[in-house]
Design a protein around this ligand. Structure first.
Ligand code: HSC
Length: 698
């Protein structure tokens, strides 16, 4: 028998204990072991029941995702599930930790299920671009009804044991050692002569309005197809006999397995984890972190303070004046109110955080004890210099001094202190207590343990942390500036901002670039254009029509007018009629005859600009690996997860094809579209960005 399954005998109950750390994924060896274990129990004299449980921190986290895309290996999971359910013995699953995907599907094949109160169950396959493929879409609705099954499967959410009990997914919830409570429950069932109870033999769920449900789920998925496809699988469970429903599930599962979305989402799953795994930090201990200082109580500083408070850090926030300090306190309290409303904290916790854990002061001496301080003041080097001079004087030795700058030179900031090795960039995204991305910007002299501390803080705050080198805009904002420019060029040449926004949201972006600009504030781009103007290359095309709007004091959402006009109380905006005139005037001035763009060309140019700049960012070592770019765009810039990120998108298109398009665009604008040397190199060598993830550039 496989060493992944431990077989033991307790009276007339055989126990199959899955031992496949860290999360008992259903690898081939586990599947084989479970199959063999069932056979052994069935042949074992006197055994009347089988108890299945997991070792370590989970029952089973699902199919082994690392096997996806490889040749299938017997026994397959659906057959194993059928085999377990069909056993003549009474089968019980004792669930603790998580039972996800194939893990829950195995449990649904047991005849009874008992779970720890802290256990969570779910069918999260849609987040990997697939659907439950081992009977989950057929068995779950037989227990919960169609509507609840659709909700659980299309959201993929983790369901806590008490709710799972209410929904009929588990039969009992009981605290204790999973083996001990499992054995007691199984014995009780045997004593009662409880019948074998196969979910597949239960009546099918009543139907619902399938087409309306499908449409609603498709719309919510913003281009992601797996949740809507899963609706059709659940529909089959209510309309077809079980055996045929299973075949339909398999067919839909295989369809999804062969999609680019599945590849993109699995890329996202693994790289979300790999991104903070830096070989250079192996064995490097982060510095201890208990209290965090924050300089500046604006939206960003208050967001950072909120994130730190919610993660259990003491926070000392510094503002310049008492009135600003009071406003900062109110902002943080407002953010925490949100957490209270969503049930993330209770009233007692809220009171403690706002009164005891948070200190707001106007005196830098209050920072004397903090372990790490994050400056989030105005983006101006002279202001930053002054702040870092003060931090150098006030903070204890060993304190990490971090700047939240989004584009300024962290080396220059570090040079303002007597301890450049302690200085690092920690670039949060607004609102900092919500957005998942943290760019950890490593300057020339930043000490390795300070880098490790940046990553440790990111982890403690629940962020996806990405290592970035120093350059204007680091990874994310530098790439953003380029693809934003590609969009601006298309506007000059004839596409409207609204067509571009629509084409890109149809592609899967959370928002289009012009709606984003309105949200961020048009003054930001305006300031950046002014800042960069002196160094501008003579061939650089920079549209200025939007500056006319800024000159009139219109900065997007916050002033009610930008690319769109925003009415109070209404979500989203409507196209601003002034924009068309401003664009037409600029086109006339530049002698441009506008031409039509298809949505496909818009997406292609936007994506090619993104990939080309990203390849430069990787080639220059600002991002160490293509996956660092992918995770930055995914977690900070609303990039559709199902594409996996721009580098994964480029790999899926084929790098030679992407390069060919960039070269064709370069015929119109050689300066902007100059192909990245790394892209040319990989395309000529027949390699992919994915190859570089495995073997980064030296
Ligand atoms: C599935 O089950 C498909 C089936 O419906 C049908 C199959 C049918 C086939 C039909 C063929 C004909 N596999 O996240 P962590 C690794 S799809 C492999 O850091 P946490 C993870 O990469 C699956 N590896 O820990 C990491 O590795 P590292 C449905 C897996 O405590 C390590 O475990 N299930 C893995 O924060 C620790 O993970 C899911 O989608 C897996 N399934 O969270 C669940 N799961 O240390 C996905 C994890 O080397 N997993 N790993 O970096 C999760 O949501 C989270 O990992 C947990 C743990 C909540 C389990």
């Amino acid at each position: 028998m496989s060493d992944k399954i431990a077989y033991s005998r307790h009276g007339d109950i055989a126990v199959l204990r899955i031992q496949n750390p860290p999360v008992n994924a259903l690898s081939q060896a586990v599947r084989q072991g479970l199959s063999d274990g069932m056979a052994r129990a069935e042949a074992d004299d006197g055994v009347r029941a089988v108890l299945i449980l997991g070792d370590g921190r989970a029952f089973i986290a699902g199919a082994d995702i690392t096997e996806f895309g490889k040749p299938p290996m017997e026994p397959n999971l659906p057959d194993l599930c059928t085999r377990i359910e069909a056993s003549p013995l009474l089968v019980v699953a004792s669930m603790h930790g998580v039972s996800l995907g194939g893990g829950l599907e195995v449990a649904l094949c047991a005849h009874y299920r008992i779970a720890q109160p802290s256990a969570r169950v779910g069918l999260p396959e849609v987040h990997l671009g697939i659907l439950p493929g081992a009977g989950g879409t057929q068995r779950l609705p037989r227990l919960t009804g169609a509507e609840k099954a659709v909700e659980a499967i299309t959201t993929g959410r983790h369901i806590k044991a008490p709710e799972a009990l209410e929904m009929g997914i588990v039969d009992r919830v009981e605290e204790g050692d999973p083996e001990a409570v499992g054995l007691a429950y199984t014995q009780e069932l045997l004593d009662q002569n409880a019948p074998r109870r196969s979910v597949s033999e239960m009546p099918a769920a009543e139907g619902i309005d399938w087409d309306a449900t499908y449409d609603a789920v498709l719309k919510k998925g913003r281009g992601q197809i797996s949740p809507a496809t899963a609706v059709r699988a659940v529909q089959a469970a209510s309309e077809l006999p079980f055996a045929q429903g299973i075949l339909r599930e398999r067919e839909l599962f295989m369809e999804l397995m062969n999609t680019d979305q599945r590849k993109g989402m699995i890329h996202a799953f693994f790289n979300e984890r790999a991104v903070s795994n830096l070989p250079e930090l192996k064995g490097v201990e982060p510095r201890a972190l208990q209290s965090i200082g924050v300089i500046g109580g604006g939206t960003m500083g208050a967001g950072i303070a909120t994130a730190a408070l919610l993660s259990g850090f003491g926070v000392v926030l510094i503002e310049m004046k008492d009135e600003f300090a009071a406003t900062a306190r109110d902002r943080i309290a407002g953010n925490l109110q949100g957490a209270l409303k969503r049930g993330k904290i209770n009233q007692a916790k809220y009171d403690a955080l706002t009164t005891q854990t948070l200190t707001v002061s106007t005196n830098y001496d209050s920072l004397s004890d903090v372990d790490l301080v994050i400056e989030a003041v105005f983006e101006d080097m002279s202001v930053k210099r002054e702040v870092f001079g003060k931090l150098d004087a006030a903070c204890k030795s060993g304190c990490v001094l971090a700047s939240n700058t989004s584009y300024l030179d962290v080396n220059e900031i570090a040079a303002c202190t007597s301890r450049p090795a302690d200085v690092i960039g920690l670039h949060f995204f607004s609102p900092a207590h919500v957005m998942k991305l943290l760019e950890v910007v490593v300057a020339d002299q930043t000490a390795p343990d300070v880098v490790a501390t940046g990553f440790a803080l990111g982890k403690a705050l629940g962020k996806v942390s990405v290592r970035a080198g120093v350059c204007d805009g680091f990874i994310g904002n530098r790439i953003l500036a380029t693809y934003r420019t590609a969009a601006d060029h298309m506007v000059l040449d004839g596409a409207t901002p609204y067509q571009i926004d629509k084409a890109l949201t149809d592609f899967g972006f959370a928002m289009g670039p012009f709606a984003v600009a309105d949200l961020a504030g048009l003054d930001i781009g305006w300031m950046t254009r002014k800042r960069k103007a002196p160094d501008r290359h003579p061939q650089e095309r920079v549209p200025t029509y939007i500056d006319r709007l800024c000159e009139q004091g219109h900065f997007g959402q916050k002033t009610g007018e930008g690319y769109y006009v925003y009415e109070k109380g209404k979500r989203g905006g409507t196209p601003n009629p002034k924009i068309a005139d401003l664009i037409a005037a600029e086109q006339q001035e530049l002698g441009i005859t506008p031409r039509p763009f298809t949505d496909q060309e818009i997406v292609r140019r936007y994506m090619c600009a993104m990939v080309n700049e990203a390849a430069k960012v990787v080639g220059e070592g600002i991002a160490r690996r293509p996956l660092d770019v992918d995770m930055t765009l995914l977690f900070g810039y609303g990039f559709p997860r199902y594409w996996g990120g721009p580098m994964k998108w480029a790999d899926i298109q084929g790098l030679p094809a992407v390069l060919a398009d960039i070269e064709s665009y370069a015929k119109e604008d050689a300066w902007f579209w100059e192909p990245a040397p790394l892209l040319k190199q990989l395309a000529s060598e027949g390699r992919t960005f994915g190859d570089l993830n495995k073997e980064p550039l030296k």
